[in-house]
Write a protein that binds this ligand. Sequence first.
Ligand code: ADP
Ligand code: TYD
Length: 211
Amino acid sequence: MNTSNSKGLFLTFEGIDGSGKSTQARMLAETLRAAGHDVVLTREPGGSEGAEQIRRLVLEGDPDRWSAATELLLFTAARRDHLERTIEPALAAGKVVICDRFADSSRMYQGLSRGNLRAEVDQLHALMIGREPDLTLLIDMDPETGLARAKGRQGTEERFEDFGLELQQTMRAGFLALAAEFGDRIRVIDGARDMDLVAADVLAHTQAALT
Ligand code: ADP
Ligand code: TYD
């Protein structure tokens, strides 16, 4: 865990689609900025110019456009660009980086639900990324609620939207198993509550990591 402001803090949000990650990331960024922190709010896939271009390739179009293995390569390429151009410079400048999804999403989506590629995910991660967040907040909730929330949104990023309930249940269990696997950095937060209550837990864990 980070102990010095000069080294920055790298914090990620994870969870199933519609669990409230983006909402919580935004609320935390506002709260920390109001308290005087220098915050970079970013997301994956994306967060740098090249990675945003890859985001469009991977999230738009026919669901069969890419295989799980090709997706993994694209997500890893996007992550490497994001790391080089956005995350590492911000951390080196002592900033708090809040990122909506990171490598745990590859472990879950390409590693578990869309492909059975966890070994490949881990190998590529070790080879090309090589770092974990200081703190990961897993917004956990029952998939029916998450699915209803996610379906309420309109947009062009539809390749991954039609997962269905069964797959979302697999994902929830997978994320909770990941939290046990990486118990040193992943904290589980009950997301099926009023967003201000969720935000209070998010802030408490973040403050503990900042001190
Ligand atoms: P994610 O980034 O995990 O997909 P979002 O933050 O985009 O989730 O939230 C999905 C939808 O649910 C949005 O319409 C958002 O306004 C709503 N939402 C987020 N958090 C809550 C909450 N705690 N209670 C009710 N609705 C919420
Ligand atoms: P996101 O925009 O965060 O979706 P949502 O707001 O619905 O949670 O992410 C887009 C999709 O990309 C999401 O379904 C998860 C998927 N994804 C992967 O499959 N692998 C990855 O490594 C990442 C970062 C995201």
